[in-house]
Ligand binder design. Structure first.
Ligand code: NAD
Length: 472
């Protein structure tokens, strides 16, 4: 798609107040593929005022009308599937196949899910002598990252719009093109002017202005814990609700008796998908001492099938990471793992063969990892798997829960009851049992430093509602 040299504010593409711009690069070859305006506080202010002005009208629409618009949005996204996939491939570096199924189809399904939920949700109930109403929280500031650039936009905008809120979106600076495409789809779907607004720009400028704006009623943020903490502090100061989806360091716990070969293969695929840039990725594989050597051998075998290459080629399974900065961060962690005494069984810090141009990282597996190492504690956000050893089930629970994060995880067992009992002991918002599929209707969000609040499904809608009781 052609980049807009404008912001989508109050139902039209309008020039930014300033002249600064952001270059969008293709991480596979480092070429500049577009330029978007770097909005400032004045642009954010204009967008927030448009959202504020549109709020009373949109909040008063019947849920069926909001559902109809969201259904139209789903249809527009579905019609532009190939364009979405190509855009995400070009600005994020995701392989085309993944871009179609995950980066395009998943957010389209999420938009569709809110068309259904908006129509079916009980926005009013009777409690004794009261009528209790669920009302929109108001103007929502949505700040999103680059790793699932359309999904994270839809996971905020769709429930907010379903609730009757109006939205100002500040997408990640690395991936603004698919956000512009989303704004086009919103426009085509017939939402009234001002209900959805887009301001592209840098986090420290446009993002910070949106997070601090007094006319924003709720900020929903996905990204790093460091920035999330700042946004949470601002919300606390202003006595506003906040939704935070932050980092993760999820454990993939393989219990004795589980299908080891399958658990390792799926575990490796989970980490390598999207070049490891997934907040819920199972980046710590926990294996019983008796099976540890075998699991490491299987992991090295499985990762060999991930050969970095051109994300536009249909058979490429792993592309580059998003940016030079992200590559430096990831290779820095790989070097740190070696220094800490972990054993490299695959990959390493140097560029993969034939991929000297572009931001490629070698798919990496570390064995001999102990729970206190930085590579076992910190979110690397790249194609790096750590394999850790546990002695018994209690040890596995202790290691799995032994980070500041608690976003996701996995448990493998031959006995489902055993897996469920184990999963209930994990301090984490989601657990996949024996490779259970991602469910776009299930609440997604973190315990501990992984965040505050839940996205997706009915729980995701509830984040954007506040409650009023009338007594009779
Ligand atoms: P980030 O937190 O810096 O950026 C996320 C979003 O916040 C972007 O839109 C950015 O412009 C904005 N932002 C940045 N500073 C801001 C500020 N002071 N006020 C308001 N908004 C601000 O994340 P990043 O730099 O894109 O990635 C850094 C690390 O964060 C990654 O390596 C990864 O560990 C983590 N991360 C996690 C997720 C997740 O889904 N949990 C997603 C992306 C990144």
């Amino acid at each position: 798609m052609q980049a807009h040299d404008a912001m989508y504010i109050d139902g039209a593409w309008r020039p930014a107040r300033g002249t600064a711009s952001i270059e969008v690069r293709n991480p596979a070859d480092e070429s500049v593929v577009g330029r978007v305006p770097a909005g400032d506080a004045a642009d954010v202010d204009a967008a927030v005022h448009a959202a504020r002005a549109a709020l009373p009208g949109w909040a008063a629409t019947a849920p069926a009308e909001r559902a109809a618009r969201l259904g139209a949005l789903r249809d527009r996204l579905a019609a532009r599937r190939e364009e979405i996939a190509e855009t995400v491939t070009v600005e994020l570096g995701a392989p085309l196949k993944l871009a179609r199924t995950v980066h395009a189809d998943l957010p389209t399904a999420v938009a569709g899910s809110y068309a259904v939920i908006a129509a079916e949700y009980d926005f009013e109930e009777r409690v004794g002598n009261s009528r209790v109403f669920q009302e929109p929280v108001g103007v929502v500031g949505a700040i999103t990252p680059w790793n699932y650039p359309l999904h994270q936009v839809v996971a905020k905008a769709a429930p907010a719009l379903a609730a009757g809120c109006t939205v100002v979106l500040k997408p990640a600076e690395d991936t603004p093109l698919v956000a512009q495409l989303f704004a086009e789809a919103v426009d085509e779907a017939g939402f009234p002017p001002g209900v959805f607004n887009l301001v592209t720009g840098l986090g420290v400028e446009a993002g910070a202005a949106l997070a601090a704006h007094p006319e924003v009623d709720l900020v929903s943020f996905t990204g790093s814990t460091a920035v999330g903490r700042k946004i949470g502090a601002l919300a606390g100061e202003a006595v506003k609700p906040v939704a935070l989806e932050l980092g993760g360091k999820s454990a993939n716990v393989i219990l004795p008796g589980a299908d080891l070969a399958k658990a390792v293969k799926v575990g490796v695929a989970n980490v390598m998908s999207n070049s490891g840039q997934t907040c819920s990725a199972w980046t710590r594989m926990l294996v019983h001492s008796d099976q540890y050597e075998e699991a490491v051998r299987l992991a090295a075998e499985a990762v060999a099938r991930y050969v970095p290459g051109d994300p536009r080629a249909e058979d490429t399974r792993i592309g580059p990471v998003v940016s030079a900065a992200q590559r430096e961060r990831v290779t820095g962690y790989i070097e740190q793992g070696v220094k800490e005494g972990a054993t490299l069984v695959a990959g390493g810090p140097t560029a993969p063969e034939g991929c000297e141009r572009g931001y490629f990282v070698r798919p990496t597996v570390f064995a001999g990892v102990t729970p206190d190492m930085a590579i076992a504690q910190e979110e690397i956000f790249g194609p790096v798997l750590t394999v850790l050893e546990y002695r018994d089930v209690d040890d596995a629970v202790r290691i799995a829960n032994g980070t500041v994060y608690g976003l996701a995880g996995a448990v493998w067992s031959q006995d489902e009851d055993e897996a469920v009992a184990f999963a209930r002991r994990l301090d984490t918002g989601q657990v996949d049992i024996n490779g259970g599929r991602f469910n776009p209707l299930a609440p997604f969000g973190g315990y501990k430093h992984s965040g505050v609040g839940r996205e997706l499904g009915r729980h995701g809608l509830a984040e954007y509602l506040q409650t009023k009781s009338l007594q009779f």
